[in-house]
Design a protein around this ligand. Structure first.
Ligand code: PPS
Length: 573
């Protein structure tokens, strides 16, 4: 009965009234302002709308220490995840304790204010160990903590002025109180929530059906659309998939709402956090499956958490949380019975055929355009996924040549471009060193800083081309390993990155001296000349290394074509 009452009353929000918000907004314009990161915007939305109840703002130092060590706020309430406002040292130094700051979204809109009561430099390694289980950069949240989050945390109470604006799927977004009101209106006393960051396939549908039956509850499909694991299917695609699947549920007992949460992939702690968030959204039950919010493998190739650790931790705390777990084992398809069953409940395992397609196998089949059977997913879902994940031979990619001036990069890049244009199918853009310096980077010189800027610009344009399904061929010197790696990361978010080291030796380049620049560099008339008076980091693991001495241009370009073919980027005719 306690649980059943849970979703009736509204929960506290941090927003001021509409009238006050108009006044506050004007006043806040004069405050020092912090431009929120995408993750902080997600956190702030759920702080303000009560999704993170009982939090009243970003954690203070005392609450943070307590959450990290004991999964509880200083007052003893259960709260497993540090919700912190990380900022740069420079910003932290610019403010005083007790000061109000304005919190702005990425377009400069003031969403709320915070009174800064605390400022401290956290022990990030300790946070990683305690909250995420290991100080290992293979964990996405640990990587975020060390490589993206600011060095200083600010804490203090938040006053909400307005919700972050969303332009997509507006009708599918609900605050905790809006969902509570919906449940009240529908007379739904028992609601089981299903958390997901993946497209729903038949196994998930079966699992949610069974959960609702088991809990004798209505079903809320509650997917995360804030931030999920890097590399996940984008939320636009996923929501279109969910909408297709929703038609296959009974509409009188199932609904869907989108949750603007920034996930941390913290397994057990994350499961408890998810449960508290769903309790705030008026749910009475919560599905926890195998490896809930799992981050994948650690740097030693092992799982960060045991497959049922999340269920175990949830079970320990569920009474206090006011939401009950519906636990699920791994669901697999039994061919002989043409249905999904929990893997550990199948007694005649030796006599039946068990079918299962892993996430990795699904991605492989999409990448190669292979069959995805109907027992695995719904045709509508598969067709949505095929649209966003076309086979590699139809995706964009970037070929990135690097090497000394005069090594032959431009000539080979040109030859490759012509060969790719002969094949057709995708537009090709050549971003040659000289072309870029003329059109994109005309104000830049050859200092390390300017070279980096130049390469990052090339990387940005190439990533846009790759994202839009084209082929970008880049041919700068790109002497620095770290910059090349950064460009690789930018591009691999959208398609393949093929690094080609044109390995002509500096002696040979100087001997050829096609532009007469080496002579000038030797005479000191050109400063900071790569290979003569400026460094070049030889690529350690390029996709291809071309030895140009004694090989003609056509053959060099052809070697790249063969590599592209072997990577599946060019379809066999
Ligand atoms: S970088 O380092 O990647 O930003 O260089 P990039 O944009 O490819 O430009 C290299 C071309 O500029 C000419 N040039 C120099 N190169 C190296 N060092 C110095 N100091 C320099 N000054 C001018 C040179 O002709 C390069 O052209 P390529 O096509 O590589 O021969």
């Amino acid at each position: 009965t306690e649980l059943m009452k849970n979703n009736l009353a509204p929960i506290p929000e941090l927003y001021v009234s509409y009238e006050s918000s108009l006044k506050l907004k004007v006043e806040a314009a004069d405050l020092t302002s912090w431009d929120l990161t995408p993750r902080q915007i997600c956190d702030l939305e759920l702080l303000m709308n009560g999704g993170f109840n009982p939090l009243k703002g970003f954690l203070t130092e005392e609450d943070y220490d307590s959450v990290v060590d004991t999964m509880r706020l200083a007052d003893g309430s259960l709260w497993p995840m540090p919700i912190t406002l990380d900022v740069s040292e420079k910003f932290a130094e610019s403010i005083e304790i007790g000061q109000d700051i304005a919190l702005r979204d990425q377009e400069g809109v003031i969403l709320g204010t915070m009174t800064v009561t605390d400022r401290w430099a956290p022990d990030k390694s300790k946070e990683a160990e305690k909250v995420f289980g290991a100080d290992d950069l293979a964990h996405p949240a640990v990587n975020y903590l060390h490589n993206h989050a600011g060095k200083i945390y600010l804490g203090g109470p938040v006053t909400g002025i307005q919700q972050p604006v969303h332009y997509d799927f507006r009708a599918r977004r609900d605050t905790p109180n809006e969902l509570r009101a919906t449940f009240r209106k529908l007379g739904w006393r028992r609601v089981v929530a299903f958390q997901t960051r993946n497209p729903l396939h038949r196994a998930h549908q079966e699992l949610t059906f069974r959960a609702a039956k088991e809990a004798q509850a209505n079903l809320l499909i509650h997917p995360v659309v804030g931030m999920t694991k890097p590399g996940d299917v984008d939320h636009f695609t996923r929501v279109r998939c969910y909408e297709a699947v929703l038609d296959k549920y009974p509409s009188s007992t199932t609904t869907m709402s989108l949750l603007p949460l920034a996930m941390r992939m913290a397994g057990p702690r994350e499961a408890v956090w998810h449960g508290l968030i769903r309790a705030n959204h008026g749910c009475t039950h919560f599905i926890v499956g195998r490896d809930h919010a799992g981050p994948g493998k650690n740097s030693a190739g092992e799982d960060f958490y045991g497959p049922y650790d999340a269920q175990d931790l949830f079970r320990t705390h569920q009474e206090e949380m006011g939401i009950e777990m519906v636990d699920f084992k791994h669901m697999v398809y039994v061919q002989e019975r043409a249905q999904y069953e929990p893997n550990d409940e199948i007694e005649d395992k030796d006599n039946v055929t068990i079918l299962n397609i892993s996430g990795t196998e699904l991605r492989r089949r999409l990448a190669e355009g292979l069959e995805i059977p109907e027992w695995f997913s719904f045709p509508e879902v598969v067709s949505e996924l095929r649209k966003t994940r076309p086979p590699r031979s139809q995706q964009g990619f970037t070929v990135f040549f690097t090497g000394f001036s005069g090594s032959g990069k431009s000539t080979i890049a040109n030859a490759l471009m012509v060969k790719l244009m002969e094949m057709g199918g995708r537009p090709v853009t050549l971003l040659d060193g000289d072309i870029v310096r003329k059109n994109l980077s005309s104000e830049l010189g050859f200092s390390k800083e300017h070279r980096d800027l130049n390469i990052r610009r090339i990387g940005y344009v190439a990533s846009e081309i790759t994202k839009n399904g084209g082929i970008a061929i880049c041919a700068p010197i790109a002497p620095y390993q770290a910059t090349r790696r950064a460009v690789r990361e930018d591009i691999e978010a959208f398609g393949a990155f093929v690094e080609v080291h044109v390995a002509t030796t500096i002696e040979e380049c100087e001997k050829r001296d096609r532009k007469g620049l080496y002579k000038l560099a030797r005479e000191g008339k050109i400063k900071e000349f790569t290979g003569i008076s400026d460094p070049y980091d030889v690529p350690e693991n390029p996709e291809i290394r071309l030895e140009t001495e004694g090989t003609d241009v056509d053959n060099c370009a052809h070697q790249v074509v063969l590599k592209l073919e072997s990577m599946g980027l060019i379809a066999a005719h």
